[in-house]
Design a protein around this ligand. Structure first.
Ligand code: G6P
Length: 614
């Protein structure tokens, strides 16, 4: 969703800000803007609906001088995407400008109060209220900006990451956060600010993750000063940024999504590194070992997640129940947090999130914590809010995922859940040593098997051209491959805008079968493992109605191959590991159909990478 960049230092700010905005494009946005205190001492703001490239076009020939500035990509919540609603926003005096991520829930009442005091609003946004409120407090209490910011933030209800510049103090910048992340890069006599680390990594690897309800006062050439909202001084902890520039560049691929699909042999290898010990036949997760007693006391596991992470959660349910015999419930975080769920103090709640910032999942965790449940986080982004909220957990270590449609993070989540299930099963003795051994022995073969599937990329690209006509797709799978059917359908929907539904294959006859005719593509995940005979019958049912079957089959399987219109082979593996392979051709199919339809796969319309609003 929205992206923040800020710069104060010795260099010209504009090129750094605009590059930072490009790095944040992956988050999803609909307008962009920049504010600079220029060399003449003026505070200038340029903003436009559309892409960062449109902003660059709009500022051609304008004065872009200045060593301090803020910039923003907006994903509309309050007010449509247009030039006026884009950030930054000015205060009444024209001296202050602000950018904001998050939502101010009480903006209506604050706005009315401020309007009654004679303040004029230009936009429909909740954001403009914050900068006007700060100005009002400064004016009415006759106090400085530094004093007014905490007072204003104490009156605000909601979530925010904000950065403010003041024309009358061109050597200073203020940043604050509550519920939305903000990172400060500490350079040599300069500071960079980002809503994530991508705009910062090129300039410094020294970062401060601003804490919840903290305010940072940045002054050119001075040490950063941090307080909480009550103005009590806090310690600034500078950490080393675990990210490098090559991880956030395309590395020769036309799109981040394709690069990330092709990274999966590496990422699946990384997930097991240091955790899987095939020579000993065991799995060791430090997040489990350190809290063994509490985890083993659980009588139930609840998994909360959204989107693709929710599909990983569903596979997690199958894995954990199968291997540990613990009952697992999978919840959409957004439903869980609002539906008065039953949570026992001995429950373990697993929160899965690539970004670690999804607002609903964070809120679901807070609710579970209030009921005394133990929180286990599975996140990709190190130091993210969900990772910090959890009592323990496990990083997926897939590296930065820039493509909006999640691919490598998904397989890393599934693999992490498998390791978690194996670790618990090993402690509880709920799985036979033979079964455990055969999974542990096979897991290291998965990266090479993914590599082999990726070798069919061209064949999948060719097939994709056949299906650009389709307005609908059905995806079917059983057992471990039912969530893969959901994920395959979601991938296609997200980036090609073709309507697609995933179903447990047996449910087809309870409705979706009515949709099948000679035009309907039906993707069936039909590996030899699992419910093979059953799914074979489901394919026959599709064929009897002239549907066009695209099957995912085990190498060498002629039975399904012969009744399919098209097929992709995947190598054989243990049943519980099949999802790590069967999802790969579906990611590629979605990618290539979207490309064939001319879609913007890395930044699909209306979607955001990190959903920080509910
Ligand atoms: C957004 C993204 C999805 C992601 C979902 C959950 O919708 O576009 O790719 O699966 O959020 O995000 P999370 O970061 O919590 O995994």
């Amino acid at each position: 969703m929205c992206g923040i960049v800020g710069y104060i230092g010795k260099r010209q700010a504009y090129p750094i800000l605009i590059k930072g905005l490009s790095r944040l494009e992956y988050r999803g946005y609909d307008s962009a803007g920049v504010a600079l205190i220029n060399d003449g001492g003026d505070l200038v703001i340029y903003k436009t609906k559309g892409k960062v490239a449109d902003l660059e076009h709009a500022v051609e020939g304008k004065d872009l001088s200045g060593c301090v500035g803020i910039a923003h990509t907006r994903w509309a919540t309050h007010g449509e995407p247009n030039d006026v609603n884009a950030h930054p926003h000015f205060s009444e005096s024209g001296n202050l400008a602000l950018i904001h991520n998050g939502i101010i829930e009480n903006f209506r009442s604050l706005k009315t109060e401020l309007q009654n005091q004679g303040y004029h609003f230009k936009s429909e946004t909740d954001t403009e209220v914050v900068i006007q409120l700060i100005q009002y407090i400064m004016d009415s209490h006759n106090i400085s900006l530094e004093e007014a910011v905490p007072l204003a933030l104490n009156s605000v209800i909601g979530a925010y990451a904000i950065v403010i510049v003041d024309k009358t103090q061109p050597d200073r910048m203020i940043a604050a956060r509550k519920g939305s992340p903000l990172i400060i890069g500490v350079g040599d006599g300069e500071f960079l600010i980002g809503s994530d680390a991508t705009p910062i990594v090129e300039y410094t690897d020294r970062v401060i993750y601003l804490g919840e309800e903290q305010i940072a006062f940045l002054e050119r050439g001075k040490e950063v000063r941090i307080t909480d909202l009550r103005s009590i001084e806090q310690t600034a902890v500078v950490k080393k940024l675990e990210m490098n520039l090559s991880q956030i560049e395309k590395g020769g691929f036309p799109h981040f999504m394709l690069k990330e699909i092709h990274e999966q042999p590496d990422t699946t290898r990384t997930v097991m590194n240091g955790r899987l010990h095939p020579e000993l036949g065991i799995v060791k997760l430090s997040g489990v070992i350190d809290h063994k007693k509490r985890l083993m006391a659980a009588r139930r596991i609840i998994i909360c997640a959204c989107g693709t992470s929710w599909h990983a959660a569903l596979i997690g349910k199958y894995l954990i129940e199968d291997l540990t015999r613990l009952p697992v419930e999978v919840e959409y975080s957004s439903e869980f947090r609002y539906r008065n769920p039953v949570i026992y103090p001995d429950d373990v709640v697993i929160a899965i999130s690539q970004s670690g910032e999804t607002a609903d999942t964070l809120a679901a965790m807070k609710l579970a914590k209030e009921s005394g449940a133990f929180l286990f986080g599975i996140c990709n982004v190190v130091g993210s809010s969900i990772a910090r909220e959890a009592d323990t957990g496990c990083y997926t270590h897939a590296g930065p995922e820039i493509g909006v449609a999640s691919t490598k993070a998904f397989t890393a989540q599934v693999e992490t859940l498998l390791l978690l299930a194996l670790n618990i099963a090993q402690e509880k003795g709920t799985v036979s040593p033979e079964q455990r051994q055969s999974i542990i022995k096979e897991l290291p073969n998965i990266p090479a098997k993914i590599e082999k599937i990726l070798g069919h990329d061209k064949q999948i690209a060719e097939l994709a051209k056949t299906f650009t006509y389709a307005h609908n797709f059905i995806y079917l799978g059983r057992g471990y491959n039912y969530p893969i059917a959901l994920e395959g359908a979601l991938k296609l929907k997200e980036i090609s805008y073709i309507h697609a539904e995933g179903y447990p294959a047996a449910e087809m006859k309870h409705g979706p079968i009515a949709l099948i005719d000679e035009e309907m593509p039906v993707v069936v995940i039909a590996p030899k493992r699992g419910h093979y005979d059953k799914i074979l019958s489901n394919i026959q049912e599709v064929k009897a109605r002239k549907g066009r079957v695209i099957s995912i089959i085990t190498e060498g399987d002629t039975d399904v191959r012969n009744i399919s219109d098209y097929y992709f082979e995947i190598p054989d593996t243990e049943e519980c590991l099949v999802p790590l392979l069967s999802v790969i051709p579906l990611q590629l199919l979605a990618y290539h159909i979207a490309i064939a339809k001319g879609r913007d796969v890395d930044q699909p319309r209306n979607l955001a990478k990190s959903v920080t609003v509910e």
